[in-house]
Design a protein around this ligand. Structure first.
Ligand SMILES: [Fe+2]
Length: 443
């Protein structure tokens, strides 16, 4: 999939190169799965791993086939691998490994459609280097980011696979973390800009990022650092999972029915806990941010007499400055780098809070982007002026149900392109496998 210098300088060439890079990233991830585990289902609510092997390619194929003038050669696979699942009512899939095709057949399908897509994308780029025709540039952005998002969510699934079902990868040494002392930072009243303006030729964003809107945020106080595993242990020792008053009705019903009484990344070890890192169980790292569901984060916040930030408060603490301006990133305008935070596939696990002083916001709040998404108390809803993509109408609209909450920031496995300020992530409040952390606010 090499391209010429002329191709690389065009929008078509850049998107083609990014698609290639995203494919390398997703293949790297399938490469950590032991071959015998490809039909495993590490998370009961999700499909077996083999589905995702076909899905990433079938999605591109179903999205791009007609605009590129291509024809289906396997309609059955196009349909089988079209969509993932996100059951909200507790129903679990019951399919068996034998219900799925062989890995060899899936790989043949993948290779055949990739060859056709590659040739057609390069052909379209040769005719129209800026890809204005049929909105092809935007469709390629969708394909690239869809694949990168799955490269993250698939990682959540693979995290739950037992260690002997994975092939361990190298982990670089963690940056040295200055000792941190939790404190509250006052953010004065101000206005934040959410979303993206809808304009011809503007930057890519998913449907839920439009349109730009401004929100006034009253003054509040926010934790300078994320809540750590050590902090959360104090909540547990105080009976946090047994106190009905700390939980919503739905949250209480979830922890009771699932007998869920500790973060899903923690493993009981006699009277104490160890931690399920990506490739090994390790002693509970006290200074890492605790990864928990929205229900657990909310219960902790109630226990300490605070609450989770709203989406607008997160923006204000992260991207506003005391001078009244707004930034692209917490640290300013520079492109995200390994100096600023733990993101863009640098690592497989979090690091201690406060490890990236260069990534602090103008107000001095640490780790707002990277090292784990940040839960907000804001239900996932459309911005004023929302319009679904005609070619993917359910991407966001299927989740405007009051049962999902906005997350901001990014995790160790979030691609750099999705660290943009307008990007919104969302999950159900009791899905416990997300790389999501939190901090608290009060007024
Ligand atoms: Fe998908």
């Amino acid at each position: 999939m090499t391209s010429t210098a002329a191709e690389q300088s065009s929008r078509a060439g850049q998107l083609y190169a990014r698609l290639h890079d995203a494919r390398v990233r997703s293949e790297e991830l399938f490469g950590i799965v032991h071959p015998a585990a490809l039909y495993d289902r590490p998370v009961p609510e999700r499909h077996r791993i083999v589905f995702y092997l076909g899905h990433l390619e079938a999605f591109d194929w179903n999205l791009l086939r007609e605009p590129l003038g291509l024809s289906s050669f396997d309609p059955e696979f196009d349909k089988l691998f079209a969509f993932g699942i996100d059951p909200v009512e507790g129903g679990l899939p019951a399919d068996q490994p034998a219900d799925w095709p062989s890995v060899e057949r899936v790989r043949e399908y993948n290779q055949r459609l990739r060859e056709q897509l590659n040739a057609a994308i390069r052909g379209a780029g040769a005719k129209d280097p800026e890809l204005g025709r049929l909105d092809l540039g935007r469709l390629l952005d969708v394909a690239i980011e869809h694949r990168l998002m799955h490269s993250e969510t698939l990682c959540y699934m693979l995290h739950q696979l037992p260690g002997n079902r994975k092939l361990a990868q190298h982990t670089p040494p963690a940056p040295s973390a200055p000792a941190h002392v939790q404190r509250s930072i006052t953010i004065p009243e101000g206005t934040v800009t959410l979303g993206l303006p809808r304009k011809e030729g503007g930057p890519f964003g998913w449907d839920n990022e439009f349109e730009e809107n401004r929100v006034n945020v009253p003054a509040f106080h926010i934790d300078a650092f994320n809540v750590t595993n050590h902090d959360f242990l104090q909540f547990m020792r105080d009976g946090g999972y047994e106190r009905r008053d700390l939980w919503t009705d739905a949250g209480w019903s979830w922890i009771s029915s699932q007998k869920h009484h500790a973060p899903s990344f923690w493993v009981p070890e006699g009277d104490s806990w160890s931690y399920r890192a990506m490739f090994a169980e390790i002693p509970l790292p006290f200074d890492w941010p605790v990864y928990v569901s929205h229900d657990e984060a909310s219960a902790y916040a109630r226990w300490i007499g605070k609450e989770l930030p709203s989406e607008a408060e997160w923006h204000r603490a992260t991207l506003s400055t005391p001078e009244g301006t707004e930034r692209a990133y917490p640290w300013g305008v520079d492109a995200p780098s390994s100096l600023h935070g733990n993101f863009n596939f640098q690592r497989w696990d979090p690091v201690s809070v406060g490890s990236y002083p260069a990534g602090k916001s103008a107000f001095g709040v640490a780790d707002l982007v990277g090292n784990g998404w940040e839960w907000t108390r804001t239900p996932f809803e459309p911005f004023p002026g929302f319009k679904p993509f005609s070619f993917y109408s359910g991407y966001s609209a299927n989740f405007f149900d009051g049962k999902h909450f906005v997350m901001k920031g990014g995790s160790p496995r979030t691609a750099a392109c999705m660290l943009r300020r307008s990007f919104r992530n969302w999950f159900q409040p009791h899905y416990p496998y997300v790389y999501a952390k939190f901090r608290c606010v009060e007024r």
